[in-house]
Design a binder for this molecule. Structure first.
Ligand code: PRP
Length: 211
């Protein structure tokens, strides 16, 4: 856990190595994408650790035995654009997960979230919703996305981010104490432009090579 209630920082040597790669300004697109993907796999694994199971009966080549199936539907909701970088890691574990999209960008001057797109699958009210975005800075986008999903009936939500600022965690955990946050790092602070320090720059631009 962390000093924030309901926030888990995943501590793993591969994450420490890969976070250094994504933070390094000299890492190019290929290295950035590959390291993001490896970190996302570990975060997804931890986030899915407490998935409910139901027992089934299966036949091995030898005899009948007890098997297990996931006992919940899962919807992954990336916050566009950068959240798209975390979707595949979850789908690799849960190939039938539905994907909903929320388009939110942060206004460069006010730093407030601006909604521009939403497309959600059915079943929001009965599914486990994993909201994914590599950056939690002011927390405005995450707060906006979680609030929107709750209005649509979501009851079980988790938020996955790579890098979180204390300011953003304060906002999300205060407004949504029921939503566990899984992150790879709690950084130092936000700078005057509301960028995470030390951070990794703009995850969306680096991942999509639009710098
Ligand atoms: C970035 C990031 C988050 C948001 C975090 O998106 O991917 O969505 O800002 O900031 P906040 O916590 O202060 O809201 P950006 O606006 O750069 O859009 P992009 O993903 O399309 O690049």
């Amino acid at each position: 856990m962390s000093n924030f209630k309901n926030v888990t920082v995943i501590d793993h040597p591969l994450i420490s190595r890969d976070m250094s790669i994504v933070r390094d300004k000299n890492t190019g697109t290929i290295g950035f994408r590959m390291a993001m993907s490896r970190i996302a796999t570990i975060l997804a694994y931890h986030c899915l650790k407490e998935l409910p199971l139901k027992e089934t009966t299966i036949e091995t080549p030898i005899q009948q035995t007890t098997g297990y199936e996931l006992d919940t539907e899962v919807i992954v909701v990336p916050i566009l654009r950068a959240g798209l970088s975390l979707v595949d890691a979850i789908i690799n574990y849960i190939p039938d997960a539905k994907v909903g999209h929320l388009g939110i960008y942060r206004d460069e001057n006010t730093h407030e979230p601006v909604d521009y797109y939403s497309n959600l699958p059915s079943g929001v009210d009965r599914s486990l919703i994993l909201v994914v975005d590599p950056m939690l800075a002011t927390g405005g986008s995450a707060d906006d996305a979680i609030g929107f999903l709750k209005k649509k009936g979501a009851k079980q939500l988790r938020f996955i981010s790579l890098i979180s600022a204390p300011e953003g965690l304060e906002k999300v955990t205060t407004n949504h104490p029921d939503v566990p946050v899984i992150t790879a790092s709690i950084d130092e602070k936000l700078n005057d432009d509301a960028f995470i320090v030390p951070g990794l720059g703009d995850a969306g631009d680096r991942y999509f090579s639009t710098e």
